[in-house]
Design a protein around this ligand. Structure first.
Ligand SMILES: Nc1ncnc2c1ncn2[C@@H]1O[C@H](COP(=O)(O)OP(=O)(O)O)[C@@H](O)[C@H]1O
Ligand SMILES: [Mg+2]
Length: 143
């Protein structure tokens, strides 16, 4: 099942993130594809807000992995793997350790660890950048 959305502002992409959050139960892995400036972090911010996180979701460009505590022992784990050079580094920093039932994982730039990704995942592709509208396609999405 594939769903396509079109957004014409950062606020709309943020709202889509919030909307996606409402459907999550825990244990999901969201792989977010799209070029630099596509709006991956904007969507992640909306998603985090939709999950009930009150602190600001910041881009984990330098620390790569950012964890946020949710209710009921769940965590939201936001990763940005842009700076990884080799897939093995993802294992060293413990990326696959977060693929578990009590985490909702969102990965920006998942391309680098394609081989480590489990079968069961949501794939989100954002096309467009700058002030152009975005096409946002979600695979494996039951809406
Ligand atoms: N429709 C849109 N959706 C998301 N971001 C948009 C949109 N239109 C313009 N923008 C802008 O594009 C930039 C996206 O940045 P960011 O989310 O950091 O990208 P990425 O994480 O994919 O590199 C922001 O400055 C945002 O304001
Ligand atoms: Mg980003």
């Amino acid at each position: 099942m594939k769903q396509t959305y079109r957004t014409t502002s950062a606020a709309e992409t943020y709202n889509l993130g919030q909307k996606i959050a409402q459907k999550l139960k825990g244990g999901e892995l969201l792989c977010l594809y799209g070029p630099l400036g596509a709006g991956k972090t904007v969507l992640a911010k909306g998603l985090g807000q939709g999950l009930g996180i009150s602190e600001e979701i910041t881009s984990p460009t330098f620390n790569l992995i950012q964890e946020y505590d949710l209710d009921e022992g769940l965590k939201f784990v936001h990763m940005d793997l842009y700076r990884l050079q080799h897939p093995e580094e993802a294992e060293i920093i413990g990326v696959p350790d977060y693929f578990r039932e009590d985490c909702i994982c969102l990965i920006e730039w998942p391309e680098i660890i394609e081989d480590y990704l489990p079968e069961d995942k949501l794939i989100i592709r954002i096309e467009g950048s700058g002030e152009l509208p975005r096409t946002i396609e979600i695979e494996n999405w039951v809406n």
